[in-house]
Design a protein around this ligand. Structure first.
Ligand code: GLU
Length: 475
């Protein structure tokens, strides 16, 4: 058994990512030592701290890993889950490094995790744990606007980010940039409009881009365009929920949605907002009136469909179910949902896999916009909205005089409108996802690489090498 295998003979998650990295490294001619440096995790902070829950003192296990310092601050979410362990957090931190490089977000990768099940703990106790974790990070200098900036991830959201900010501020009062110590905050606490849905919207933009590439669509026997494509989404957290809504709105057909307790299926399509209302009212997606239940949620991944979107946790597609996957396209909204063994099986079957390090980068892209907003202390659009509207009005007057025609009030409203924060954030995200997609495709073509994952890694590693070279560390 190799040192990268565990007792059951399977490989560690970190080693899986190293394998993807090594495949890409074959296309890069650079000194091996630099590649080793890029691959390695720079700092791992493992902590245990006591928290009084009820009458008992519980020892909480938690992590913050900074994978790369080639750009600062480090950036990455914090997850709350019973599956949290060092290997997982190291891997997710590494994925953040590669992800940020692909979408030109100037951060090193990081990730944090607390080993708790937030569904079984009261919100008072989650708050206690979050605040204590934050103060541990502050003590060790593992958080700060220019050091390391957490964000939401699996099991966390705006509420936790608010507590992190508040704890940071109370211990660093007077720091004028304190708001930039964490992203994914509520709007009233310095958050940016569009952050909540950003990862799901980025997934939508990435898949939409792919669906417009003729050669790719023909290679898997599909028509060009997203309209009418049959989609399955696994995981209805923040990412899966928003991705499902955007796909549904754009005319794709959501035939199945899968959650922990089971999945629901309707070949003619599910009305996403109705399903969410049902989920809210009943605490489960099962027994939705217009759908069939699928008790074994894993079976939903194996249904006939055009596009499969795993949007929950890692390793859900593995060597034992890969052969039964019938999707023609898999969009990795989650981090690491496909094991390397499954990846090879699916590659051989000709499935197009849109990799996580590109596809779910929308979240960190908009986190970057939030961080910039916090450092500039001004809302996007505040300075230029009215100015743009005035310029547009003048422009319109000239056109009307020139054409001797009056434009309708409705049309005028549309043309005159200056950009709001949400417009700027969404267009920045769309542009980022479109650019990232085409850069990966260009590398894939020029180096004759067979799959998008390896091409995405090549793009990312080249960018990191470039940063190191500019730093002058490796002349
Ligand atoms: N948790 C998200 C991710 O895995 C977002 C990270 C961030 O915004 O910093 O990409």
């Amino acid at each position: 058994m190799s040192k990268n295998q565990n007792k059951t003979g399977s490989y560690s998650f970190f080693h899986c990512i190293e394998k993807n990295f090594d495949k890409a490294a074959q296309f890069i001619s650079i000194e091996k030592g630099l590649l080793e440096q890029i691959k390695a995790c720079n700092s791992v902070y493992r902590m245990h701290f006591p928290v009084k829950i009820g009458k008992e003192i519980k020892v909480i296990e938690a992590y913050r890993v900074q994978h790369s310092h080639h750009k600062l601050p480090c950036k990455g979410g914090i997850r709350y889950s019973m599956k949290v362990n060092q290997d997982e957090i190291m891997t997710l931190a590494a994925l953040m490094t590669y992800k940020c490089a692909i979408v030109d977000v100037p951060f090193g990768g990081a990730k944090g995790g607390i080993k708790i099940d937030p569904q079984t703990i009261s919100s008072e106790n989650i708050e206690k744990i979050t605040r204590r974790y934050t103060s541990e990070l502050i003590k060790k200098n593992f958080i700060g606007p220019g050091i390391d900036v957490p964000a939401p991830d699996y099991g966390t959201g705006e509420r936790e980010m608010s507590w992190i900010f508040d704890t940071f501020l109370s211990l660093r009062s007077g720091d004028v940039d304190a708001l930039a110590c964490v992203t994914g905050k509520p709007i009233s606490q310095g958050g940016v409009r569009g952050r909540k849905e950003a990862t799901g919207l980025g997934v939508f933009y990435g898949i939409r881009e792919l669906c417009h590439v003729k050669e790719d669509m023909y290679s898997v026997g599909l028509d060009v365009g997203l309209v009418g494509k049959k989609i399955i989404i696994q995981g209805l957290g923040n990412v899966g929920y928003h991705a499902a809504s955007f796909f549904h709105e754009s005319g794709a057909i959501i035939i199945a949605l899968a959650e922990r307790e089971g999945a629901i299926y309707n070949e003619k399509g599910l009305n996403v907002s109705k399903v969410f209302l049902h989920l809210k009212n009943n605490g489960s997606i099962l027994n939705f009136p217009e759908a069939k239940n699928i008790k074994n949620t894993e079976k939903a991944l194996e249904l006939e469909c055009d596009i499969l979107i795993p949007a929950a946790l890692e390793n859900v597609i593995h060597k034992n179910n890969a052969n039964r996957i019938k999707a023609k396209i898999i969009g990795e909204a989650a981090n690491g949902p496909i094991t390397p063994e499954a990846d090879e099986i699916l590659d051989k079957k000709g499935v197009i896999i849109v990799p996580d390090i590109y596809l779910n980068a929308g979240g960190v892209t908009v986190s970057y916009f939030e961080w910039l907003k916090n450092l500039s202390h001004v809302r996007y659009g505040r300075m230029e909205k009215k100015f743009r509207e005035n310029v547009n009005a003048e422009f319109l007057k000239v056109i009307e005089t020139f054409c001797k025609k009056t434009i309708s009030i409705e049309e005028k409203k549309m043309i005159l409108r200056g950009p709001r924060e949400i417009d700027l954030v969404r267009s920045g995200l769309e542009d980022t996802m479109i650019n990232g997609f085409h850069k990966i495709c260009d590398i894939k073509k020029s180096l004759k690489i067979e799959n998008m994952r390896t091409a995405a890694f090549v793009l990312s590693i080249n960018k990191i090498i470039d940063s190191y070279e500019r730093l002058g560390i490796f002349p």
